[in-house]
Design a protein. Structure first.
Length: 225
């Protein structure tokens, strides 16, 4: 589960550490924020890789409701609200704003983890073919590519070439091997066509294009640095 990232937002450092320790035992990657403003900043910088948010309600600077409203303007990421309150009207208010789960403190860490796992299972059931590679998100079903959350247009061959490279991450691939697997033996021209496609892909990936390394005398390798 090391490809799943959870943002834990709570102004109590002890609570954040408790939640973090239990979630990390399950293999999740954890990001933290101590107040509402920091939460929005961390979310904006890591939106493409955050899979779930645990969000406290009562916090300084910006409360959880304000954070929730702003995130819901651009994202449907699952959000679990944590609060010391347990009033029904608060729960209804949360669901109206788009909360996926509502947990009152104090809560058993084991119960919290169980709920987190249940929500992730539901929310990622339709996204099991979406993988993230250092800010590059590839949706195998939709055949789409996003860089830091922004979709980039690629031709079918460009997409297939990028997908082949990331599927073989860290492996030096020869031009002949790439032709055989991406062009499926139906291309009989100059293998330099790969170089042309790589150049276009790098340009479209922007700064992430550096992940595609040229292996002199061999071919190419995708590796996140």
């Amino acid at each position: 589960m090391n490809d799943i990232t959870i943002l834990v937002v709570d102004d109590e450092s002890r609570m954040r550490k408790l939640i973090k320790d239990f979630l990390m035992q399950k293999g999740y990657s954890i990001l933290e924020a101590a107040d509402g403003e920091e939460a929005l900043k961390v979310f904006e910088e890591n939106q493409s890789k955050i899979n779930l948010i645990l969000l406290d309600v009562m916090m300084p600077k910006l409360d959880g409701w304000s954070v929730l409203r702003q995130i819901r303007q651009t994202s449907k990421v699952p959000i679990v609200m944590l609060t010391a309150r347990g009033e029904e009207q608060d729960e209804l208010f949360g669901f109206e704003l788009g909360v996926d789960e509502y947990i009152s403190k104090p809560v058993s860490p084991k119960i919290l983890v169980a709920r987190v796992e249940a929500i992730l299972k539901r929310s990622m059931g339709n996204r099991k073919d979406v993988q993230e590679y250092g800010g590059i998100t590839i949706d195998s079903d939709g055949r789409t590519v996003k860089v830091d959350g922004k979709q980039v247009e690629m031709s079918l061959r460009e997409y297939e070439l990028l997908k082949y490279l990331v599927d073989n991450q860290g492996i030096a691939l020869s031009r002949d091997k790439i032709l055989n697997n991406v062009w499926n033996y139906d291309y009989y021209g100059d293998s330099r066509t790969i170089d042309s496609h790589i150049k276009k892909i790098r340009h479209k990936l922007g700064k992430k294009g550096k992940y595609i390394e040229t292996m002199r005398g061999v071919g190419y390798k995708f590796e996140i640095k």
